[in-house]
Design a protein around this ligand. Structure first.
Ligand SMILES: Nc1nc2c(ncn2[C@@H]2O[C@H](COP(=O)(O)OP(=O)(O)OP(=O)(O)O)[C@@H](O)[C@H]2O)c(=O)[nH]1
Ligand SMILES: [Mg+2]
Ligand SMILES: [Zn+2]
Length: 426
């Protein structure tokens, strides 16, 4: 299996030394940005239909390889985005880690442009661009391949567009610390985003060594998580004491040989990077202390980064979120509030808003105490936000469409005026 991977010290076969993060591995000209099939780019590409051994560790499957066949024939090669920095990405290619610029044909929209976890097609740079001495410029990202899932939030800048945070993930680990009181609304918001991504959410409660079973903090969390996230599994872990870590490892390794791709989301200081370090078995990522006064973190992690785990699977660490805006989370909200969606099917009106309509099964459930009114309020709040974001997005699209028409119109008028002038002077 590893026979296809060059075994020089610059290009170690997998499994690599876990202390060597993909992005910090030593690089040589032969491992940096060379298109597949070039004389110094390592072994010749395998026959179409054969997944690359290194890439399969990152989730590349036989089906992906088959779908890539035409691109491979055109001299392109697949790679996964480990980290995105402005106009370039750190990647894992079939020959090891490399870097590449994002090509001009890749969309600039933060929803569609390359993000951590994306699979991309690498190829020769645009012939229109002047050559440089930078080895990373020998290959560019030509295209972002279709995603099977993507975690999206509304952009922080308040522009009415979404921002892709992590792509091609199987699991969203919604992380919270047992040392803090449960915040149901935040949990519900993150779960709505997680469900909307197309991946499965999993709640991970950290720092179990500081709030062991039987303590008040621990006792408050489990019913809270169950109420905020019906049908979502909850794992209680301690990275420092090793509690629950085998279970987490098992979730990430998954049933298949490639393992699962997961992303960590949650506020600063809950121990996301500490979890990665514990799973990798070394201090790969920086971790920061929490403030003694309010136990808040200090936003130690500043980038989204994908890390391969020795026991299988890959994990994307993310900076702690301050606030996260919903983006197109209609179905995600329905999944998060599954019991309300279920009740709503019994409402008299199909478009019931569960506010004051007669024959509303949801209000009846609040009335008889089987549905907490807090839960309905939270559902309505997220619904309103989602509708508002959608309306703003639609308004932006409409404005862009108008602007496009205006400029086409202008262009046409200029064209007719030119023709008329030419006709007159002919
Ligand atoms: N006792 C104990 N402390 C932990 C555990 N996990 C994390 N910590 C501590 O919590 C603090 C924050 O951990 P980080 O891993 O930096 O948290 P983070 O979620 O990555 O934070 P940001 O990068 O700021 O988003 C550090 O002081 C860790 O040592 C744990 O299981 N038990
Ligand atoms: Mg961190
Ligand atoms: Zn209703």
């Amino acid at each position: 299996m590893s026979s296809r991977i060059p075994s020089s010290s610059q290009n170690p076969p997998f499994p690599r030394d876990p202390s060597l993060p993909p992005t910090l591995a030593p690089r040589s000209p032969s491992s940096v940005g060379l298109p597949a099939g070039s004389p110094t780019a390592g072994p010749p590409p395998a026959a179409p239909g054969t997944p690359r051994p290194l890439l399969s560790r990152y989730g590349w499957t036989e089906e992906d390889e088959t779908a890539f066949a035409a691109r491979r024939q055109a001299g392109q090669s697949p790679a996964r985005v480990v980290r995105r920095d402005r106009s370039r990405c750190s990647l894992i290619s079939e020959h090891g880690p490399c870097e590449a610029e994002i090509g001009r044909d890749v969309a600039v929209d933060p929803l569609l442009s390359a993000c951590t976890g994306d699979w991309v097609a690498l190829g020769a740079p645009d012939p229109r661009r002047p050559a440089t001495n930078d080895p990373a410029s020998t290959t560019v990202i030509l295209e972002v391949l279709p995603r099977h899932s993507v975690l999206v939030r509304a952009t922080v800048s308040g522009r009415s567009t979404g921002q892709a945070l992590a792509a091609n993930i199987d699991l969203v680990l919604v992380v919270a610390a047992l040392t803090e009181p449960p915040r149901m609304a935040r949990l519900e918001r993150l779960l709505a985003l997680a469900w909307e991504s197309g991946a499965r959410p999993l709640i991970v409660l950290t720092k179990a060594d500081l709030a062991a079973a039987g303590t008040a903090a621990h006792a408050a969390w489990l019913p809270a998580a169950a109420a905020a996230a019906p049908g979502v599994d909850v794992l209680t872990v301690s990275a420092t004491a090793g509690l629950g870590m085998d279970e987490l490892r098992g979730e990430l390794a998954g049933p298949g040989p490639a393992g699962r791709s997961a992303v960590l989301v949650g506020p600063s200081g809950v121990g996301k990077s500490t979890l990665v370090n514990a799973l990798v078995g070394t201090d790969l990522l920086a971790v920061g202390p929490v403030r003694a006064s309010d136990r808040k973190g200090r936003h130690t992690t500043v980038r989204r980064e994908l890390i391969a785990l020795p026991a299988g699977g890959v994990l994307i660490d993310t900076p702690g979120i301050r606030g996260v805006g919903l983006w197109g989370a209609g179905d995600g909200i329905d999944s998060t509030f599954a019991e309300i969606t279920e009740l709503a099917s019994g409402c008299r009106f199909t478009d019931c808003e569960h506010s004051s309509e007669p024959g509303c099964a949801v209000l009846a459930a609040v009335e008889d105490g089987s549905l907490p009114s807090r839960r309905l309020a939270s559902y309505r709040k997220l619904q309103r936000e989602s509708t508002w974001i959608q309306a703003r997005h639609d308004a932006r699209l409409a404005a862009e469409e108008r602007a496009r028409w205006k400029s086409t119109h202008k262009e046409m008028r200029r064209l007719y005026a030119d023709r008329e002038r030419q006709g007159r002077y002919r």
